[in-house]
Design a protein around this ligand. Structure first.
Ligand code: D41
Length: 699
């Protein structure tokens, strides 16, 4: 088959890109792209070269594992080459590996092979050479054949023994393992960097790589490096262990750190079981891992299997889905949550990360967008660790044109879903849509609240049903619930005929309710059950609540509060408070709610649909026994001033007049009452003292 021109061109592009990333990664320690992205490019090139072998050249990056050692470090040759590991990205590739092992060893498939399973630590591979128990040379892996002499740096790692002790110290041993930084140490390290005003490290692996590459080992010593052993190159002067598990036990006895999350398993199912177990607590592990490694446990069998190219046939790395990937921000949009909170969300070019394809990632809030300086068109790292919501971890600012015209992100002034005004809650970093019941994004929450037990108490109208009703646009407002036919309900998923009938009946029953429940059910911000009761008692009817002049009430409330504060200081008798128990902030919230046309429309529709909150006698009417009554004050009352008495009477709906007539209902007489008292007695008008008045007011 002829090589297509496009394949030739693509191979050239890939090689150039891989070489550039190799250089940045290995030489500069400043990777531009995540490992997974690099792996993808590498695999694509390998695939192309497999398909068109004539494209394969000696200088292809696929033919050279790793990059060139830094010129500043002495180049050293490994006594035994440090091999690389082949990767398995899914279960099928693990099964294929197991089959190859069975075939090569001539073992029946039924007798599962014993495998040593261990973590694939996400660090840097190194070799530690000991002669007669003394650490003589440490080297990076380099290209596997030649590495860099970093002995001075490795000496600074406290967990690496400088001299071996015990009964079976070998004449010569070359211990292989990974250098890394534990997650907790990494957090502390970055905290220090921040405190010093220095640049933070991107991840533990890059921080470890940077530390190992320091020409000044004092800098390395100040970085919290750790080491874990996973194998041996040269081993002379002692009898070799029989299995890989025993080899690791031996290394542990020599006091090398060996990760203890290791197990010996049997067959494919044993390997996959280990993979799943480790995967389920990956986030809780003390260090980053990018997969697990399976090695044929029997060392004689390992020798029999041997190597292909530069990778052993006896081992394979089973990778976890990468937790970070690169994507491009196509737009920054705003999502309205269930409580009306606005969350900036990045719409992304689809990217496979953490095992799923991600198209949106949260930016949390405006402060975070500003801190990370994310803009449309930016290339970003997307992170999805475990089950957490994907997020934009950081921006690759190098990729942004220097003279970007892309403006900074701003929160919208109006809700993107319903167009209502957006409010910033002081003291919180949250922006909120004020649309309430009208906003579709808040409808589900509003409907669930409306139907909840302490509100309208519609049994059976739970989340599953509400989700379907809103998603299918069957119900837009609570009023629509009362128009629901049995057929519409029965047509919902997982809705048996009988329960549809039950829900229908519960909706019907809810029409008769108390005013307090009805007000509470509206879901007015700040109006809980208790406040709803106070409002119901004060206003007495839905109509009265809707007709209330909230501005005037708030003004009166604040006037009385101020006046009473003054009176408290003076020790004077206080005025009757306006709407006691309901503060101005709550009143403003209620006033705001009832001022919205859409909220008023929903209430009208509810009433029209037959919802009939029971109307209580108005508190003003009940207090007022005094409504329509005319009072005349005369003389000096023992405790109340004339103004106070007048205010109290008026607060209960009564009127105060200056002169006594047949139409007067009561004359309130104090000390030194004069002609008004005489006239009242002549006309047969009821005469009260202060106690009589307060009794009447207290009714
Ligand atoms: O934890 C690791 N990263 C790890 C790496 C491990 N647990 N085992 C490994 N085993 C090998 C063989 C089987 C070839 C001795 C490895 C590596 N190699 C390895 N690390 C870097 C390249 C190869």
């Amino acid at each position: 088959m002829a090589t297509s021109a496009s394949a030739t061109a693509r191979a050239g592009v890939l090689r150039e890109a891989i070489e550039l990333h190799n250089y940045r990664y290995y030489v500069l320690d400043a990777p531009e792209i995540p490992d997974a992205e690099y792996d993808r490019l590498f695999r694509e090139l390998q695939q192309l070269e497999l398909q068109y072998p004539e494209l394969l050249t000696a200088d292809s990056p696929t033919q050279r594992v790793g990059g060139a050692p830094l010129p500043e470090f002495e180049e050293v040759q490994h006594a035994v080459p440090m091999l690389s590991l082949n990767n398995a990205f899914d279960e099928d590739e693990v099964r294929a590996f197991d089959r190859r092992v069975h075939e090569a060893l001539g073992v029946a498939q039924a007798d599962g092979v014993g495998y040593a399973a261990e973590l694939k630590l996400d660090g840097l591979a190194v070799s530690l050479l000991y002669e007669n128990g003394v650490f003589v040379r440490g080297a990076t892996r380099g290209d596997g054949v030649n590495g860099e002499n970093v002995t001075a740096n490795l000496r600074t790692i406290r967990t690496i023994p400088l001299r071996l002790a015990g009964p079976d110290v070998p004449e010569r041993i070359d211990v292989r393992g990974e250098v890394l930084i534990l997650k907790t140490d990494f957090k502390k390290l970055n905290h220090h960097q921040r405190d010093k005003g220095e640049k933070e490290f991107v991840n533990p692996r890059n921080a470890a790589a940077g530390a190992l590459r320091q020409l000044d080992s004092r800098i390395t010593a100040s970085r919290p490096l750790a080491f874990f052993a996973y194998g041996v190159g040269v081993l002379e002067g002692v009898s070799a262990p029989r299995t890989h598990g025993m080899l690791l036990d031996y290394l542990a006895r020599l006091r090398f750190p060996v990760n203890q999350e290791r197990r010996v398993v049997r067959g494919v199912e044993g390997m996959l079981d280990y993979y799943r177990t480790v995967g389920s607590h990956r986030a809780a592990l003390p260090c980053d891992i990018d997969g697990v490694v399976y090695k044929v446990n029997d060392l004689a069998a390992q020798r029999e299997l041997g190597y292909v190219a530069r990778a052993p046939r006896f081992a394979i790395a089973h990778k976890f889905p990468a937790e970070e990937a690169l994507s491009v921000v196509q737009a920054i949009e705003v999502q309205v949550g269930r409580t009306g909170a606005l969350t900036p969300v990045a719409r992304l070019k689809p990217v496979f990360v953490g095992g799923v394809t991600v198209t949106n990632a949260t930016l949390h809030n405006l402060d975070q967008v500003r801190a990370k300086d994310v803009r449309e068109g930016d290339t970003v790292y997307v992170r999805r660790a475990g089950d957490v919501i994907p997020e934009v971890a950081r921006v690759l600012t190098e990729h942004r044109p220097a003279h970007t015209s892309m403006p900074q992100f701003e929160m919208p002034v109006r809700c993107p879903v319903c167009g209502s005004r957006v409010e910033r809650v002081e003291s919180e970093a949250v922006y909120r849509c004020t649309g309430g019941l009208y906003c579709p994004a808040q409808r589900k929450q509003a409907l669930l609240h409306f139907a909840s037990r302490r509100a309208m108490d519609i049994e059976g109208l739970g989340e599953k049903i509400v989700d379907q009703l809103v998603d299918n646009d069957i119900v837009r407002t609570p009023a629509d619930l009362y128009k629901l036919g049995l057929a519409a309900l029965a047509g919902l998923e997982r809705m048996a005929e009988k329960s549809a009938g039950n829900v229908r009946a519960a909706i019907d029953r809810s029409r008769r309710t108390t005013l307090a429940r009805f007000i509470f059910a509206l879901g007015i911000y700040h109006v809980g059950e208790e406040i709803a009761k106070l409002l119901a008692a004060h206003f007495g009817s839905v109509q009265a609540v809707m007709a209330a002049d909230w501005e005037a009430l708030i003004a009166e409330k604040e006037r009385v509060q101020k006046e009473n504060a003054r009176r408290t200081r003076k020790g004077e008798t206080l005025l009757e408070p306006v709407l006691p128990g309901v503060g101005p902030e709550i009143m403003r919230s209620a006033g705001h709610f009832f001022a919205q046309t859409h909220n008023r429309e929903v209430i009208e529709q509810l009433l029209a649909a037959g919802v009939a909150p029971e109307t209580l006698p108005q508190r003003q009417a009940s207090a007022g026994a005094l409504s329509g009554k005319t009072f005349v004050l005369t003389g000096t009352l023992p405790t109340l001033t004339r103004d106070e008495a007048k205010a109290r009477i008026e607060a209960k709906g009564g009127k105060v007049s200056g002169s006594v007539s047949k139409k007067s209902h009561y004359v309130v007489a104090g000390e030194d009452a004069g002609s008004k008292l005489t006239k009242a007695q002549e006309l047969g008008v009821a005469v009260l003292d202060e106690k009589g008045l307060t009794d009447l007011l207290g009714q």
